[in-house]
Design a binder for this molecule. Sequence first.
Ligand SMILES: Cc1cc2nc3c(=O)[nH]c(=O)nc-3n(C[C@H](O)[C@H](O)[C@H](O)COP(=O)(O)OP(=O)(O)OC[C@H]3O[C@@H](n4cnc5c(N)ncnc54)[C@H](O)[C@@H]3O)c2cc1C
Length: 216
Amino acid sequence: MVEADSVKGVTLTGGRKVEADHVILCTTPNAAARITPDEFVRPKAFLEDFHHTRLALAYFYLDRPIESAGVSFGIACPERRYFNLSINHTAMRPYLVPSGKAIISAWSAYPDASDLLAQSDEEVLARALDELKLFYPGLSSEWVEHSEVVRHDWAYARQAPGDCKRLLEFRDDACRHAGLSYANADYNLVSLESGVIMGKRAAQRAVQSLTELVSL
Ligand SMILES: Cc1cc2nc3c(=O)[nH]c(=O)nc-3n(C[C@H](O)[C@H](O)[C@H](O)COP(=O)(O)OP(=O)(O)OC[C@H]3O[C@@H](n4cnc5c(N)ncnc54)[C@H](O)[C@@H]3O)c2cc1C
């Protein structure tokens, strides 16, 4: 809900209106683009064209422990490979896997991650297991008790050339619109900590604008 270039609340799906002196949008940027008022032309255009990575991650639950450092990186050399990182979740968080049996995952990155999304779960799993054999010597399909593909339609921000400048401009633009703040990790860095930082900043802005309202 906008009055005189200032956000005055939100309209929920179904039409119910909720008045508010300050609204914080803490959705992913694509959802924030849909919710941002049309009047806020530049922030909305930026959010609608936000570069991000989509992921299809492969998880394997094995019938035995595997020793590894926890996080392993690989390179696409000399052959083309799709998965460049693996996590041994049992090594990373042993207290979450009392059996001690290994849970390992295969991770891809842009642009290879995009190609994987077009593939079926069976194809992703077959490719991942094959490539993980380089990470875990001796790994065999016979060790796999269970496997899953987890698809993230919006995983995290992808900084293309020029995006840092666009991001800083967006953050300046967004501050000019009264009553609205954005809080999502993707407007800063890709991490949980970044989400907390952006949330704190938005909360400070909201408190500041409410303090100004009270003192009027
Ligand atoms: C697979 C994966 C692994 C990661 N691993 C790590 C890690 O090990 N360490 C680390 O620091 N970071 C990690 N990250 C990054 C980290 O998870 C994110 O940066 C962080 O969770 C983002 O927090 P956020 O609150 O900004 O956004 P999110 O947690 O993405 O919250 C956005 C919320 O908006 C909601 N939403 C979407 N659309 C709408 C709508 N239309 N209306 C209402 N709500 C909506 C979503 O459901 C979601 O709850 C990982 C990310 C991924 C994808």
